[in-house]
Design a protein around this ligand. Structure first.
Ligand SMILES: *Cc1c(COP(=O)(O)O)cnc(C)c1O
Length: 372
């Protein structure tokens, strides 16, 4: 079926490869990339992305759920797949049949895995200060107990940094403390004769701002897709990241909105003069935030077209008055380049008052994903 009929995502696989190489050159040689392909690879399409990465030699992936891991396995992704969050005991079957590595989210969870009795391969989450998942770093006895559970094959420990994107003194001090807590746990385990486990701590900002660290894996997510969370984020590493994703839709209809007329649900936009408007075949069900109603812009024929009226579920309206040649069937670019202009995911995130991670991970299922 023709994939560019309505609304679609184009993936620049050369950029993905480029970003991966940038990370590889930044990280110590014995630190492996473990790309985060959760949430459908941040909306890009988990299978397309994982297959491309696998072809580039990537051997470890992380996902958010057992179902995400199972989908990758069923479609030919080999190597390690780490499930970063909770799996319900009713789904433990999937951990076994798809050879997934489960995160031990805390001591209680370890006992649930123990009660099941089957042999699970796990990484133990360590809470070094984010207070989300993981057993507390200062509960050494509890952590050691997890390692001693007979049916658990503990192949790694990991933690997560929560202010590694921050550049002020307080954020840096907190991150250094988290690093210190994590290293303490690893050393203490070794001191007690427990070894043979891998360690990993950094996500994108941990890699970009603390690239001197040397662990076994680095869990690169957002930056591997070539973008940062926020437009004004500053990073220490000098890397060049290239956006992988473009979001495009068709102009389905071009018409006039005459002076004084209003348009769209709630009639929130009124024409101050006679205007040419376009209807685009994309809406909030495709991941365009409804908060972009009367905010931000798209690109059409290399020119900006401001969003007018409320974003609908399947459509949205733009002002094409300044784009003489705009016609039905044209492409509209919501994220990506058109002529000399570019809208980045960070721009859309800024207009919508969120981070690009949220914009991307909410890209709709209905969008075709095309590798170019
Ligand atoms: C999502 C996630 C990552 C990747 O984070 P980015 O900031 O997108 O690189 C790494 N580790 C954990 C535990 C995560 O949940």
């Amino acid at each position: 079926m023709y994939q560019k009929g309505r609304a679609w995502i184009e993936l620049n696989m050369e950029h993905l490869k480029h970003n991966m190489e940038q990370f590889r050159s930044l990280l110590p040689p014995d630190c492996d990339l473990m790309p985060a392909v959760k949430a459908n690879a941040y909306g890009h399409g988990a299978l397309l992305v994982s297959k491309a990465l696998q072809a580039q030699g990537v051997k470890s992936f992380c996902v958010a759920s057992a179902a995400e891991g199972a989908m990758l396995r069923r479609n030919g992704i080999t190597g390690d797949i780490l499930v970063l969050s909770y799996t319900h005991p009713e789904q433990f079957d999937d951990l076994i049949s798809y050879h997934l590595i489960q995160t031990v989210v805390d001591g209680d969870y370890a006992r649930q895995l123990k009660r099941d009795g089957r042999r699970f391969t796990v990484h133990v989450g360590i809470d070094t200060g984010m207070h989300r998942l993981g057993e507390r770093w200062d509960h050494m006895e509890e952590i050691v107990k997890i390692f001693r559970i007979p049916n658990l094959n503990v192949t790694g420990i990991y933690s997560h940094l929560c202010v590694s994107d921050g550049k002020d003194g307080r954020d840096r001090a907190y991150t250094l403390e988290q690093i210190h807590h994590f290293e303490y746990v690893a050393e203490e385990l070794h001191r007690r004769g427990i070894s043979g486990f891998k360690c990993h701590l950094q996500g994108s900002y941990g890699i970009l701002n603390y690239s001197e660290l040397c662990f076994d894996y680095a869990r690169a997510g957002i930056a591997l897709y070539g973008i940062l969370s926020g437009k004004n984020d500053k990073i220490n590493a000098s890397v060049e990241l290239k956006p992988v994703l473009s979001l495009k839709a068709r102009v389905e209809s071009v018409k006039m909105l005459y002076q004084g007329e209003s348009a769209g649900y709630g009639l929130t936009y009124s024409a101050g003069k006679n205007q040419k408007i376009g209807v685009l075949s994309i809406g909030y069900a495709d991941g365009v935030p409804r908060s972009l109603s009367n905010r931000g812009q798209v690109l059409c024929n290399g020119k900006p077209a401001p969003v007018i009226g409320r974003i609908c579920m399947d459509q949205m309206l733009v002002d094409l008055s300044d784009i003489e040649q705009a016609a039905p069937g044209d492409e509209a670019v919501l994220i990506g380049k058109s002529g000399d202009l570019e809208i980045r995911a960070e721009d859309m995130a800024g207009w919508a008052g969120t981070i690009s991670n949220e914009i991307l991970s909410r890209m709709g299922e209905r969008l075709e994903r095309i590798a170019v």
